[in-house]
Design a protein around this ligand. Sequence first.
Ligand code: ADA
Length: 569
Amino acid sequence: MFNAYPHYPSRREIQLPSLWDFAFAETTAELASPVWEELQFNDAMAVPGVFDTAIEAPARRGVGFYRTRFDARPGATLQLKIGGLGLKGAIFADRKLIGIDDLPYSGLSYFFTPEGGGVHELVIAVDNRLDFTPESLFAQFYDYYGHGGIYREVTLHELPENAIDRVRVETLDETGNVRLTVLFHQPLNGKIEAALAINGSGAAPLSLEVINGKAMLEKHFRLPYWSDETPHLHTLELATANDRVVERFGLRTVRTADGQILLNGRPVILRGYCRHESHPLFGPALPPQQIREDVALLKQLNCNFVRGSHYPQSQLFLDLCDQYGILVWEEGIGWGDREDRLCNRRFNELQLAQLAPMVHNSFNHPAVIIYGVLNEGDSKLPAGREIYRKLLTELRRLDSSRLVTFASMFPREDINFDLVDIVSINMYPGWYAADSEQFRPLGEIQARIDELGSMLKDNPLLRDKPFIISEIGAGAIYGWRDRFAAHWSEEYQRDYLETVCEIFRRDHRIAGLALWQFCDGRTYSSSRALGRPRAFNNKGTFDEYRRPKLAFDTVRKIFGEMKNSGRLS
Ligand code: ADA
């Protein structure tokens, strides 16, 4: 069964069921050392799926134990891939701990060899208890619900000897020169004979010089380039005597010049939304059909851009963005982190640790052009500069072929803009308004964007960097129509987004716009929800079931005109 790329067509995949046995331990369970005898596996739970939307126990917090059984050949090395879980996980094979996952939403692999052949037991324990220390990547104050469960697909493969991990394809220029990096799981050395086929035809022999599990070679491909308008994709199949991998890729370059983002050397304007992976029933464990629908809705809105807020993205979603031509900003998990977290050693380690898997999983997606970190962290804090420096340097080290940024909420006082390729600002003028006495403070929007524009222009460090509005928006309760067009009505949101989009289509300084947000999503279950009617963040252009609000037609129209005729002068 193939889902997201890469595919390994010659490998033995051990089929895992869609329903696993399930036991739940409310408060007493230790994630990494369960008392097995006390667990009652008398329930069933879907994988992927979350256990805290279940009808009989919504909002429960504790440790959920997912159990299944599988057959393995004696001595086989297995690779268990979990596309992402939350909030924390522990993985057991035959009750032996084989890994801890404290990187929510990250796609991670675990390697193990079960003892003996026959039937084995696999348990994934998932803890969704809120961690109030500054040490965990998800905090209870984050403005999206911290669900418990296995968010994305789980696969189990038997690895052949000298198994291939990935083939990374990097586009070096706009004339078809690429670098291929073949990565093996083991630190192999020496020559390995292989065959390389592009788009399924004419495999050419290839001799790989492998050093420490890695072989690099440069190639010239005469293939059409990928862009948001012409999303040409290609496949690459690499076969060795033992293994075969199929990667999908697109050729494209991205860089910045004179305040613009250049895709394949040509300026591109990013029209889009921030999107959470969220649904009232599925939480972040969206079924493929919903993921596909979300991408189709972005296309209907005439978007060419999505900000994957605020965590590493589902690989299925990124495959679809590649296919439909939606440019992506992917980011590490983070939300409004302050000094206690930014300066905490463990938080720093975890922040750093999530970047390598994010890049590793996403390096062949032409759609991903931007990597981000630490949404709305305290980027004005001198003591916090170290973590910004570390994370952004690490991103550049892992992948120099993409742009790096972070969404700042402190445009005037930010001390880290020198570290980024793109200056990204989150702002809510006219919603969290400066003048609380004004009935419909839409006039604040233009004024604040202008202020920001002059501030950027006057700063020699920022003048030449592209500037993105990485969040802007207003809340509307689906179905709430109001003749006063007051706050929370669909009318106010429509007028708000119309104002924003009209400014965007005229203001040549703004290289991109990510409206907050694609659809409504569940958030706080504490009194923080007092600013969030229904305990949802209601700034979606769709509600949580993807029903369009009034703003849909407005945004779709303006983005559509921009798509067809560009900016107004
Ligand atoms: C911030 C944050 C978003 C969301 C938004 C809002 O900008 O980055 O995740 O919480 O505010 O709705 O206020």
